[in-house]
Design a binder for this molecule. Structure first.
Ligand SMILES: Cc1ncc(COP(=O)(O)O)c(C=O)c1O
Length: 497
């Protein structure tokens, strides 16, 4: 080490002034970027981005926090994908609430971990209060839960609890607990892939997840669920859980929760509701009824970083019976011994060190209240309704499916364009738009045919702005088609529209 080698700057009482200057500098630069954003991202080619990152020599530090902040701004922020831009229409990413971002800044500096009481104290109390507020919005009389890193973890956690419940022999029962190989999880083809991934992580065989038949909108059919459970029992298999989705990722549809809960009650099967996307309805002043029956779930996934406008990460697994969380508790002498008399959140979580994400939702609730969040989600859903009408009436677009939330599934297919040609254009259209950075759309497969997808999640984006983005999508598709660009067609029929 020579005298030129920079020292690591640690945030302490002595460096609080440095923190103020460095972070203010970062905030100023980011605010300038935010203010200037017109497009979701730039048109810098992928190879240039890769080369720029590769060219940085990590063995040669810049020498100061200020210089690193400038580099982060110019390397990363200048090329970031911005979810608040009106053309940002691809995925389930939301623009974020200002008080939540401020709380995130506090978290970054304080750096709490809500695993044990002695590491968080008031943080534990705040998380517990936010969880209790959230379970109240569901209608659980005395629920509990814990913040997680996202819907994937919340679903995994729920299915772990369900697996433990299914494989723990009931006291007094002569029946042997079922083996993992015999467990069955009932979902639909539209449920999130994390359900299947969780089953794999939980040691269940591939056949464990059964796709229950769905209606034309992809929603689970309760009659088909009852039959599927009966079939499984007849085969000597054991129903472990039913996963109903309140807001499917592609279609934005909600499985019929009341009749599904009826089947689960009758069959005594764990009902998990994946409301990662649809949880915003919990606070919607006009559409709360769409979640009727959610209070009958045994566990619920809520992704506040989707429809509550919270920064990543902010999700929770919420349970109706607090005792259920104990099914995955683990105790360590050094941390959370069984006889601890302090409320240790680690007892309830899959994680040990864990971010205090609840503070962001707390700050948002304190700044503007739950109604404001629900109203913002309502605005998005109103815009989605109008965009659906626009696409349905558009001569060059086909509306692929209805929604109950805010996705728009469509295909560019003017008269004379064959199904095969339209299908083949879906992937290149998305790629061309991404390369340009002005309007970002997604692609998926619905009823075995590819299509493009918008996911609206920005209450500040108007119908007119989405329509203008769609006009650009239509022009781009027509140009690609005229240029003879096409990708892999997938399943096609060759028919013309
Ligand atoms: C219905 C549903 N469940 C779960 C998830 C996973 O959430 P996360 O990305 O926060 O892990 C998603 C993500 O889009 C989703 O749409």
């Amino acid at each position: 080490m020579n005298s030129e080698t920079p020292l690591l700057e640690i945030l302490t009482s002595a460096t609080a002034g440095r923190y103020r200057n460095v972070v203010h500098g970062a905030v100023d630069r980011t605010a300038d970027r935010l203010g200037a954003v017109e497009r979701p991202t730039t048109d810098t080619p992928a190879s240039v981005l890769r080369d720029r990152v590769a060219a940085i020599d990590l063995a040669r530090p810049l020498g100061s926090a200020e210089a690193a902040v400038v580099e982060v701004d110019e390397l990363f922020a200048a090329e970031a994908v911005w979810f608040h831009a009106p053309g940002s229409l691809a995925h389930l990413n939301c623009p974020v609430a200002v008080p939540a971002v401020a709380a995130e800044a506090v978290l970054a500096a304080v750096n709490p971990s809500v695993d044990t009481w002695d590491q968080s104290r008031i943080g534990t109390e705040i998380e517990r209060r936010v969880v209790s507020w959230a379970t109240g919005t569901i209608g659980f009389a005395a629920g509990d839960g814990v913040f997680t890193s996202g819907g994937t973890q919340s679903n995994l956690h729920a299915l772990l609890l369900a697996r433990q419940a299914a494989t723990t022999a009931r006291r007094g029962s002569a029946r042997r607990a079922p083996a993992l190989d015999d467990l069955v999880v009932f979902a639909t083809a539209s449920s999130h892939f994390s359900v299947r991934k969780s089953a794999m992580l939980l040691g269940l065989p591939e056949r464990a997840v059964v796709d229950v038949a769905a209606d034309a909108a992809g929603r689970m059919r309760p009659d088909a669920l009852a039959h599927a459970i009966a079939d499984a029992r007849r085969e000597g298999r054991s129903p472990m859980a039913v996963v109903a989705t309140a807001g499917t990722t592609d279609r934005g549809c909600i499985d019929p929760l009341v009749p599904i809960a009826d089947v689960c009650d009758l069959e005594d099967v764990w009902l998990h509701v994946d409301a990662a996307y649809g949880c915003g309805l919990l606070v919607s002043p006009t559409r709360r009824h769409l979640l009727a029956g959610i209070e009958r779930a045994r566990s619920v996934t809520a992704d506040f970083h989707k429809s509550f406008f919270q920064p990543v990460s902010s999700s929770a697994l919420l349970v109706r019976d607090p005792e259920d969380l104990r099914r995955a508790s683990w105790h360590a002498d050094y941390l959370n011994p069984e006889d601890a008399d302090e409320p240790n959140q680690v007892d309830k979580s899959l994680q040990t060190t864990r971010r205090f994400d609840a503070l962001k939702l707390w700050a948002t609730l304190r700044a503007s209240g739950a109604d404001a969040i629900g109203r913002a989600f309502d605005v998005v859903l109103d815009v989605a309704e109008r965009v659906h009408e626009h696409v349905a009436a558009h001569p060059d677009l086909v509306l692929v499916a209805p929604t109950q939330l805010s996705t728009v599934l469509f295909r560019w297919q003017p008269d004379g364009v064959t199904d095969a040609e339209a299908d083949a254009l879906v992937a290149p259209l998305r790629a061309a738009l991404l390369a340009e950075g002005r309007v970002l759309v997604a692609k998926t497969v619905i009823d075995r045919r590819p299509c493009n997808k918008l996911t609206l999640l920005n209450p500040a984006t108007s119908t007119e702005q989405v329509v203008a983005s769609l006009d650009h999508v239509v022009r781009t598709a027509a140009r690609l088609h005229a240029d003879g660009v096409h990708g892999h067609a997938g399943t096609t029929t060759g028919a013309t529209r």
